[in-house]
Design a protein around this ligand. Structure first.
Ligand SMILES: [Zn+2]
Length: 623
């Protein structure tokens, strides 16, 4: 996911000995799919003893009552002949449970903080089907229910899910760990006239009956379960790509994503065939708390990337790249999260380099590096939370949600590339994705694979890369690679000239991309004077920017400077945007620069517009 984008959280923990058991067990479970299980402290399920092979979901979505109800039927194999199946639930009401069609007496534990309540279901060695009849609760963390007024059309309610990391259990009783994969079918009933979409084969037209059938025949983990229901329409991009959005957004979304078809082909040229069939993008209403979520076959995406000029499509490159790193080859636990996000960030920049050139990708690398520096400063340069291999034992998964897995992860991969040569690294990555397709991998398994296939005990290489410093050490290692600064150096010159009184000429700035503008503003002294703010605003119309990245940074700059002419537009921005990446720094800046009253007033007015996950983090900032 794109978190800084936000992403999601991190979970888990693996004990090394468990990993070994898991690997052995896996090798005995063959067939064309692999159901891997890693001992993960953020699932209470016993999927290491009982194979969950397939899910049949039969649910009804009540947008008025804000409840999903129905049944989840699991096809299982009781491999260890245990006497119960344990599933994760969070705030679910359980109505009844069947084991091979017979009603059984289940037990629901009392809920544990953020983990939810374990559901114990008696089974026998021969049990094949377990059905849970249930309904979702008021505190379902995965679900955002929107009133009509929170949508563009203002006429229909809307629902969407965000299951990563451990929120799937709040709408489906499941074994909710990234190391547990299964296929699924779903029957979903929604109010007539609305469309339902999932991380599966999707409809392109509204069903008259309000009933939709879905199929996902590739095994996926629970965090990739997804559902959206609303007044949604489809528009084709090419034969295998398209875009979904509310009708009022579809034209703009289609224009913005016109190159997505080309992007899929570019990604394939780099790292092998796209294996999921269609690749579509769903543009959600504004409350979506993150940048994007790589739900298989259907990326969920924030409307804040619709800039009108295709300038923010690298977010789609990120979600698309997850079709390889994350969805195809998945981190075994959330402690290994960098395997999902570091690879994806690296892959995203390779796609953008192919499409826009090296100097463009260099800007992404440099901005990412600066984010990494900031994050390491925030967390503490000696803190274990800056290791690539995380240790989230006993903690809320959200605690691990930082830039480290993303930026330290991709810089580590870049370092390997620089040392072995791009050609060799690409051969290696192709092989890696191929050999681990639809499987799960731990950090330790990856390092072993890296050594066997690329480093091959080459002592010089080992020394130059220094894997331990990156994976099991803090901060930014001294050998971190740096991107070319050609375009940013020119921006630096323009900024210096501005600070001496000369505005950058429009003939130059008209050719600037989003990233040049971000660099220009980010490195300004703080605060700028009101005169300087006005000069910039008059020349470049930042207050009216339709580019969410630039607008957000401008509003932060305005708050720091006390530049009131931007406040009206800022409030409008905060009323319509739900993306945490934008909300958090802006509210923080208000709180830290003596504008607490303004922050509280605005937050009070729009808190209800934000996703519960965004509310959770903003409640801690604005108080
Ligand atoms: Zn991501």
């Amino acid at each position: 996911m794109n978190m800084k984008r936000f992403c999601v959280l991190l979970v888990a923990i693996v004990i090394a000995s468990c990993n070994n058991n898991v690997s052995k067990k896996n090798s005995t479970v063959s067939s064309d799919t692999s159901f891997l299980v890693a001992k993960d402290i953020h699932t209470q399920s016993n999927a290491d003893s009982v194979l969950l092979k397939h899910l049949d979901l039969d649910i009804k979505v009540d947008l008025d009552k804000r409840i999903i109800s129905g049944s989840a039927t699991w096809t299982i194999e009781n491999t260890n002949k245990v006497n119960e199946l344990v599933l994760d639930t969070y705030d679910l009401g359980i109505d009844s449970v069947l084991s091979d069609g017979q009603k059984v007496l289940y037990r629901l534990d009392s809920p544990k903080q953020y983990l939810g309540a374990a559901l114990h279901i008696p089974i026998i060695p021969q049990t094949e089907l377990v059905t849970v009849f249930y309904k979702t609760g008021k505190n379902a963390r995965a679900l955002q229910w929107l009133d009509p007024v929170q949508t563009l059309s203002k006429t229909h309610s809307f629902l969407y899910t965000q299951s990563e990391s451990i929120y799937a259990r709040s709408w489906i009783p499941c074994a909710d760990g990234p190391g547990i994969r299964y296929t699924y079918d779903a029957r979903v009933a929604v109010p007539k006239g609305l469309m339902a979409l999932m991380s599966a084969e999707n409809p392109q037209q509204i069903s008259d009956s309000g009933i939709y059938h879905f199929k996902m025949d590739k095994p996926i983990p629970a965090y990739l379960m997804a559902l959206a229901v609303g007044d949604i329409t489809f528009r084709k991009i090419n034969d295998r790509t398209g875009v979904y959005a509310e009708p009022a957004m579809i034209d703009r979304a289609h224009y913005e994503f016109e190159d997505v078809g080309k992007m899929v082909s570019t990604a394939e040229k780099l790292y092998g065939a796209y294996r999921w069939g269609r690749y579509d993008v769903l543009v959600l209403p504004p409350g979506f708390p993150i940048g994007g979520m790589e739900n298989p076959k259907l990326t969920f995406c924030t409307p804040t990337v619709i800039a009108g000029d295709r300038s923010l499509v690298n977010l789609i490159a990120h979600e698309l790249a997850h079709s390889w790193s994350g969805n195809l080859v998945t981190n075994a636990t959330w402690n290994d999260f960098w395997l999902n996000e570091g690879f994806t960030e690296y892959f995203e920049r390779r796609i953008m380099e192919e499409m826009e050139g090296k100097s463009y990708a260099d800007m992404l690398w440099q901005i990412g590096y600066e984010d990494l520096e900031d994050e390491v400063t925030n967390i503490g340069k000696d803190d274990k939370d800056t290791w690539l291999k995380l240790d989230l034992k006993g903690r809320d998964p959200d605690a691990g949600l930082t830039d480290i897995p993303y930026e330290k992860g991709c810089h580590f991969l870049k370092l390997i590339e620089v040392n072995v040569g791009r050609e060799n690294f690409d051969v290696f990555l192709n092989k890696y994705f191929n050999e681990h397709a639809f499987k799960t991998i731990t950090t330790e398994d990856f390092l072993k694979y890296l050594d066997n296939n690329l480093i091959k005990d080459n002592a010089t290489l080992k020394n130059n890369i220094n894997i331990n410093a990156w994976v099991y050490g803090p901060g930014i290692p001294a050998n971190c690679p740096h991107a070319g600064m050609e375009r940013f150096d020119r921006v630096d010159n323009m900024r210096s000239a501005f600070l001496k009184g000369t505005l950058p000429p429009l003939a130059i700035t008209q050719k600037w991309t989003t990233y040049e503008w971000l660099h220009f503003l980010r490195k300004m002294p703080k605060p700028l004077s009101l005169v300087q703010m006005k000069q910039l605003d008059d020349a470049y119309h930042f207050t009216k920017s339709t580019n969410s990245e630039i607008a957000d940074l401008w509003f932060i700059t305005a708050v720091t400077a006390g530049y009131e002419p931007a406040y009206g537009a800022m409030q409008e921005f905060l009323s319509t945007v739900g993306r945490r990446k934008f909300l958090e720094p802006l509210y923080k800046e208000m709180m830290q620069t003596g504008k607490q009253e303004m922050a509280k007033r605005i937050y009070k007015a729009y808190r209800e517009n934000y996703h519960p996950l965004a509310q959770e983090s903003l409640d801690k900032i604005v108080r």
